[in-house]
Design a protein around this ligand. Structure first.
Ligand code: NDP
Ligand code: GDR
Length: 319
């Protein structure tokens, strides 16, 4: 029997990989897309014929109700968000509306229209913020450090609450940073690989960055969308950390990226206070034991392979 899935945020990095995965598994895939002056379908251009797009917005309850009425999904993946932490200080209200309340609206649409559907909520390691223990696991207390982190904590608890209040199948994936050649250009990994490729091709002379000592647990987005799907195949809903269990600094990422094209980062990187954040999350490191033991998830792409994959892709683009 063919299953039907609705993905909010299908035009984003994760949405595009998840859509590919679900198509491979034989799903009917529906994606929610918002109206923009120019459609942002670059990441899903190659599968546009295989998926169905429904217009809607996480700030509009009617459009979400309508979307679930149209596709009657068995699985709903709520990946849509204002997902850039930096922007959450300049647009805190919009971030709260979309990233926080938006998740509640998705839960409401499912509760009212298709209560048997399983819901995946894209929760984030940013909820741990000023970390209360290392490594961070499912029971580590939250201490968000940005309006984005606050909004994700709201969405996390809304998901738990709908599970407990209405017996809905609603799971949180607490995912640590995951990257790919499809990563948005303002996130530090892609900003670095794009910048290095530009410098290597003679199009730029410097790369301006913020805190080089920030530590992140970085994995490959293609591996992480598999965990999302696995979570919804379990007997019951639950919350899981997905991470590699390895932390690296922004500086290490920069070093490997420049050395891939035979350059020394110290000759090109300029630290610019403009890219420092009002409050920082300095050391994120996840413990994925529960996801590994419950459904056998494992990381396939290593940190070094990830950096190299992203550099190769950006070099191709500029060549
Ligand atoms: P992206 O920023 O690449 O994608 C975000 C998606 O949300 C886009 O499709 C965007 O659409 C959509 N969107 C934004 N605002 C709205 C709105 N008002 N209504 C409907 N759709 C909207 O994020 P990622 O793919 O990297 O991340 C996916 C999810 O996982 C996000 O919720 C993110 O916060 C979360 N997350 C990500 C992690 C990561 O490392 N990547 C780690 C942990 C959590 P458009 O194309 O129109 O802008
Ligand atoms: P993050 O990702 O905030 O972890 O959120 P980002 O790549 O933006 O920052 C990672 C770290 O790098 C430092 N940094 C810089 N960051 C950016 N963007 N630009 C710079 O020039 C720069 N220089 C240093 C930052 O200070 C930070 O410490 C991502 C998003 O995908 C969220 O949606 C998701 O929830 C979390 O990962 C887990």
């Amino acid at each position: 029997m063919t299953k039907t899935a609705l993905i909010t945020g299908i035009t984003g990095q994760d949405g595009s990989y998840l859509a590919e995965l679900l198509l491979e598994k034989g799903y009917d895939v529906y994606g929610l897309v918002r109206r923009l002056s120019t459609p942002n379908v670059g990441r899903i251009e190659h599968i546009l014929r295989d998926i169905n797009l429904i217009e809607g917005d996480l700030t509009d309850q009617c459009s979400l109700n309508n979307a679930v009425d149209i596709c009657k999904p068995e699985e709903v993946y709520n990946l849509a968000a204002q997902s850039f932490v930096g922007t959450s200080w300049t647009q805190p209200i919009a971030t709260g509306e979309v990233t926080g309340l938006g998740a509640l609206r998705v839960l409401e649409a499912v509760r009212q229209r298709c209560p048997d559907a399983k819901v995946y909520q894209a929760s984030s390691s940013e909820m741990f913020g000023k970390v209360q223990e290392t490594p961070q696991r499912e029971l580590t207390p939250f201490y968000p450090r940005s309006p984005y982190g606050i909004a994700k904590v709201y969405a996390y608890w809304a998901t738990v609450n709908y599970r407990e209040s209405y017996d809905m199948f609603a799971s949180n994936g607490i995912l640590f940073n995951h990257e790919s050649p499809r990563r948005g250009i303002e996130f530090v990994t892609r900003k670095i690989t794009d910048g290095v490729a530009r410098i290597a091709c003679g199009l730029d002379t410097e790369l301006r960055l913020g805190n080089l000592d920030a530590m992140r647990d970085w994995g490959f987005a293609g591996d992480y969308v598999k965990a999302m799907w696995m979570m919804l195949q379990q007997e019951s809903a639950d919350d899981y950390v997905v991470a590699t269990g390895e932390a690296h600094s922004v500086r290490e990422f920069v070093q490997i990226a420049f050395s891939e094209v035979g350059l020394n980062y110290e000759d090109y990187v300029v630290v610019d206070p403009k890219f420092f954040r009002p409050a920082e999350v300095t050391f994120l490191l996840g413990d994925p034991t529960k996801a590994q033991e419950s459904f056998g998830w494992k990381q396939e792409v290593s940190f070094e392979e990830l950096v190299k994959m992203m550099i190769r892709s950006d070099m191709e683009l500029y060549k």
